[in-house]
Design a protein. Sequence first.
Length: 331
Amino acid sequence: MPGQGFRPVYHPAGHDTALRGVLQDLRTGRWLSMSQLLADTARVADRSLWTRRTQVLAAVAAGSDVVQAWRAEEPHSIAAAVMHARVVVERTLRAHREAHPRTAELWEQSWDACHEAARVAPADPVPWVCLLALAVLDDEQRMEEHRVRPPGPMLPPGPWGLLAEAGKRDPHNREAHHRMLQFLYARHAGSGSLPEAVNFVQWAAASAPPGSALHALPLYARVERYRREGGQDRALDLHWVAEDATRDADRALRAWFDHTDPAGESLLDLNHLAHALWGALHFGPAARVFAALGPYYTPQPWAYRTRDPGDPGPAEELFLRARARCLHTPR
């Protein structure tokens, strides 16, 4: 029976075996393999891969001084400067979520580090993505760069200039658009307009080429809407079979998944697509996405379909039930 005895694995590197080994080194305080991996990534000239790897590396490195040690040994390394910006931004965002008293100080340090990284790496989208990530701290949009006129109707003022700078260096950059979406959620002390967010994700997906992960962006806004409307407490399963929900899932499948190698894509995007197709009762297409995930999964968005989103256990069980249901459906 397909899936019998199967247990999913959550790992930030996912299918990226080269990254997985480097993360292990980072956890023991070693930076040489990170330096080599980023040098190899830069030679490939894949901005999407570069953005994704630096983000995952920073999430692990932020808990130690490993990047600081790298910069001390190689003070002129451009990759080390970019990773320094990544790490201080990650620390600032964590401090912000925890309402830490040093948040403002860290914010200033991060802003300086991002601009320094942009100076030494002018063709790199990551410093601009990092500045977009910091925009969530300015939920009242006091900074001028966070209230720029939008590029289209039905969109609010925001850090559109930062998004454009990232786009100049990597058109349709996935993380940049997700950071913009988080900013829209955070506006007005976390009560950002959901219709504005929906307008944004539809705008972004409409201009994205085939194979772009931005076609999965509307699935995130739909999960956020489900969460805000009460989610599991109101048994809103009909939320996922509504015409617009199934349309978003089918478009993401056809415009993104069918045009790309899933092994090189975000595990979070793949989980959102599998979740949306399963919720829409499109079990056959969902089975293809579950197969592409292989042994991996992410707790989100499955956790929002459980009674306690903070408990990863029920999220994993729901993933397993959905996976088994789809893989057992005759093609």
